[in-house]
Design a protein around this ligand. Structure first.
Ligand code: NAP
Length: 282
């Protein structure tokens, strides 16, 4: 993996090349902010967990100009396999796109039943999606899914999981098990720990909070991670996130600082959502 974070990298075996930073739609940045970030080198856009209309407009505008250069993901949380097709159709209608590159099955804490894969295969046959991703809050599930991937038996090309300076459990129970060859695409979310890593009131005595870009750089310091998501609410947050790409890898002393701050927050400030795999005292 290159140390130049401005370079795009392959997303597993999909053939898609992605920027190291991706944008999630939940926090409400306007369409112009998303479009500007794409002009500045981001090419991964993820319509989830909340499908904000402005984000949909940005995807529509960008697709008109540069569909081949951008990677568009739509998420479905549906717990009814028969409704996934409708969820994707509705996303296509709202954006005017003819396909999404990736269908992400959101928050899957156990391996989805065969019917979900069949729903994806049907959509793929119709040309509406190309690849399947799975996001989990149950990291201990991942090694068995990675094994299937290694054995060529996985429907999933991409996996998405939580990782940040506070919650580093993936270093123990996910990253060591990511197959090297063939390698799946790996995406991380919650880099700022729901914003906690940016708050002065949550720092150890004498520490100033890291910047958001340092949170994304921390995550990209893991060789298993291809892409880190950011959730900008406005232009200044988007531009701050982009600084992660210009700045590149965090130096070792900064990584140590991030871990120290993470250790301080861990246990003192409860996570917004607990995950399977978290220590009991998390
Ligand atoms: N499928 C899943 O399982 C799953 C799980 C988690 C997240 N996601 C999605 O992943 C995407 C990314 O979310 P994330 O939580 O990983 O993103 P994130 O960038 O780590 O966090 C976004 C939060 O950080 C704050 N923030 C970001 N940049 C900031 C800055 N420069 N200065 C101050 N505060 C800043 C925002 O605060 P304010 O809003 O307070 O300004 C927001 O609360 C979203 O679309 C999210 O919905 C999906």
């Amino acid at each position: 993996m290159t140390d130049d974070y401005t370079q795009k990298v392959p997303l597993g075996q999909t053939g898609l090349m992605v920027s190291r930073l991706g944008i999630g739609s939940s926090f409400g940045a306007p369409a112009s902010v998303i479009e500007e970030a794409v002009e500045q080198g981001v090419n991964y856009l993820y319509w989830g967990s909340i499908r904000r209309p402005a984000f949909g407009r940005a995807m529509r505008n960008l697709a008109r100009r540069k569909r081949e250069e951008i990677v568009l993901t739509v998420q479905s949380y549906s717990r009814v396999p028969g409704l996934i097709g409708l969820s994707v159709e509705s996303a296509l209608l709202r954006t005017g796109l003819d396909h999404f590159d990736i269908l992400l099955l959101g928050m899957r804490n156990e391996a989805p039943a065969r019917a979900y894969i069949d729903a994806f295969l049907q959509l793929r046959e119709q040309g509406k999606v190309r690849f399947l991703a799975l996001s989990t809050h149950n990291r201990p599930l991942l090694p068995s899914l990675f094994d299937e991937y290694r054995d060529g038996k996985s429907a999933y090309d991409i996996f998405m999981l939580r990782y940040n300076a506070v919650h580093r459990g993936a270093e123990r129970d996910a990253f060591p098990f990511v197959p090297a060859d063939p390698r799946p695409g790996m995406i991380a979310y919650t880099a700022t720990r729901w914003g906690d890593l940016l708050k002065a009131g949550k720092m150890p005595a004498g520490e100033t909070p890291p910047s958001a870009s340092d949170c994304y750089r921390f995550v990209l310091g893991q060789p298993a991670v291809d892409l880190v998501l950011c959730g900008p609410a406005d232009r200044s947050q988007m531009q701050e996130a982009l600084r992660a790409l210009e700045r590149g890898p965090l130096p070792p002393d900064e990584i140590e600082r991030m871990r120290r701050i993470g250790d301080h927050i861990y246990g003192r400030h409860a996570p917004k959502f607990k995950e399977a795999g978290d220590a009991k005292d998390a």
